[in-house]
Ligand binder design. Structure first.
Ligand SMILES: Cc1cc2nc3c(=O)[nH]c(=O)nc-3n(C[C@H](O)[C@H](O)[C@H](O)COP(=O)(O)OP(=O)(O)OC[C@H]3O[C@@H](n4cnc5c(N)ncnc54)[C@H](O)[C@@H]3O)c2cc1C
Ligand SMILES: NC(=O)c1ccc[n+]([C@@H]2O[C@H](COP(=O)([O-])OP(=O)(O)OC[C@H]3O[C@@H](n4cnc5c(N)ncnc54)[C@H](OP(=O)(O)O)[C@@H]3O)[C@@H](O)[C@H]2O)c1
Length: 374
């Protein structure tokens, strides 16, 4: 059976452990989900899409602010079914931020015109967006109360969150291993938590809470069919997750191609995820490993700086046909890694800027430059 957004598979958390050390500036978890009963196959490089639930404390706060019990029946037009207001707020509604229509309704319901009217002026789109991202639904309901009907009609949908699968199905056939960074930050004097990571880390009780999910196949970000091909894997932070799956699969299929991993995080002592596994592969002569820890020294060193240090060898791997992968942050890291690759191609291959760009373009076309960035 094919599970989907409309018809998810119900998994449960089987195991959960904190991977980052106690001195770490962030918390990153290894989470194992139970995939028994899921007949659908997947390949390394794929992700799971998880439907989180909201925190019951936030739902209770909203119910008290609108003086509702939660048992009120509402019509959920997106799924065309009736459900209780509690169910809607827990499982279907985005309680982190709203859209413009919600702000318009707040004004209609008696919200402060001096606060809200300027935000709705066409030249203040930036201010409106900033205001919306700084205020949760419960914070806005203090501006003016709303009805259960208003919420059902106006709240945005709670969207699934994607996580790279960090195991090979050949090695752990009935599990999904995930590497999840716990999103937590301060805003308006309150601690905010990411909905998906808070659900997976804190709210979902082990072996108890249903975790609805479906598989999200990746088109090209996977291992080559040719087991002799060399692979270069570049990942920062949770971007290392799919590479654990890649290497498990390469070992399980006795792939003979060379494997090279560049990994970057903040501190070696606390953020070297799955170090034992990589070290074991190194000992077996099956992995070349280069790491950079950005906050261990005065000057920041990132994965791309390691690539540059190793440029001669990297270039020889690429010229010999290696596939190049990059995974993790899309905003900065992936762009900087690509810029560094361009520099290496230019310098080591003695190419002009234009020829080096064409070289990378060709790598992309031949599916030898593969990115999974978010
Ligand atoms: C293909 C793919 C694969 C992925 N793989 C992984 C993976 O393996 N592991 C993983 O952990 N994640 C992964 N992600 C990211 C993941 O899907 C979620 O986006 C991530 O977990 C955050 O979701 P959340 O619900 O916890 O946070 P949300 O509730 O979505 O909150 C995140 C939002 O909070 C705000 N925010 C966060 N920090 C701050 C701050 N310091 N200051 C102000 N605002 C802030 C920002 O608006 C941000 O967009 C992947 C994403 C994709 C698309
Ligand atoms: N607002 C959010 O929701 C939020 C916040 C953080 C991350 N994320 C996303 O979550 C994903 C993974 O986050 P993560 O915490 O595991 O990892 P991350 O934030 O990407 O950080 C991992 C490592 O990458 C380094 N890094 C920062 N800028 C870099 C660059 N330009 N080039 C190369 N390396 C760079 C970091 O160094 P330093 O930090 O020491 O500079 C750190 O050592 C990313 O996609 C990121 O965009 C989202």
């Amino acid at each position: 059976m094919m599970y989907s957004r409309e018809c998810p598979f119900f998994s449960k958390v089987k195991e959960r452990s904190l991977l980052s050390g106690s001195s770490s500036s962030k918390k990153t978890y290894h989470i194992v989900l139970d995939a028994r009963g899921l007949e659908e196959s997947y390949k390394v490089g794929d992700s799971v899409a998880i439907f989180p639930s909201n925190d019951i404390k936030e739902v209770d706060l909203i119910l008290s602010l609108i003086r509702a019990s939660g048992s009120e029946e509402i019509f959920h037009s997106r799924s065309n079914v009736r459900m209780t207001l509690s169910h809607f707020l827990l499982h279907k509604a985005n309680l982190s931020f709203v859209n413009r229509s919600f702000i318009v309704k707040l004004l209609e319901r008696g919200g402060s015109p001096s606060l809200l009217e300027p935000l709705l002026e066409s030249e203040n789109k930036g201010k409106l967006s900033e205001f919306i991202h700084q205020h949760t639904v419960s914070e806005l309901l203090r501006v003016a109360p709303m009805t259960a009907f208003d919420l059902a009609e106006l709240l945005l949908p709670l969207l699934p969150r994607f996580y790279s699968i960090a195991n090979s199905p050949k090695v752990f056939p009935s599990e999904f291993h995930l590497l999840v960074k716990y999103v937590q930050y301060e805003m308006n004097g309150q601690t905010r938590r990411g909905v998906g990571s808070h659900f997976l880390v804190d709210l979902a009780k082990e072996k108890e809470t249903k975790v609805p999910l479906y598989l999200q196949a990746s088109a090209h970000f996977t291992l080559p069919e040719n087991k002799d091909a060399s692979i270069i894997l570049v990942g920062a932070g949770t971007g290392i997750a799919p590479y654990r799956a890649f290497l498990q699969e390469r070992m399980a299929t006795l792939a003979t191609g060379r494997n090279w991993l560049f990994f970057g995080e903040r501190n070696r002592e606390s953020d070297f995820y799955y170090e034992e596994y990589w070290r074991e592969l190194e000992r077996l002569g099956r992995l070349r490993l280069d790491v950079s820890f950005s906050r261990d020294s005065e000057e920041k060193t990132y994965v791309q700086h390691k690539m540059y240090e190793e440029r001669k060898s990297l270039w020889s791997w690429i010229e010999a046909g290696a596939l190049f992968y990059v995974c993790g942050d899309a905003n900065q890291m992936a762009k900087d890694v690509e810029a560094m690759l361009l520099r290496i191609v230019k310098e080591e291959g003695h190419y002009s800027e234009e020829d080096a760009r064409n070289y990378i373009k060709k790598m992309r076309k031949e599916k030898r430059y593969l990115a999974d960035v978010y």
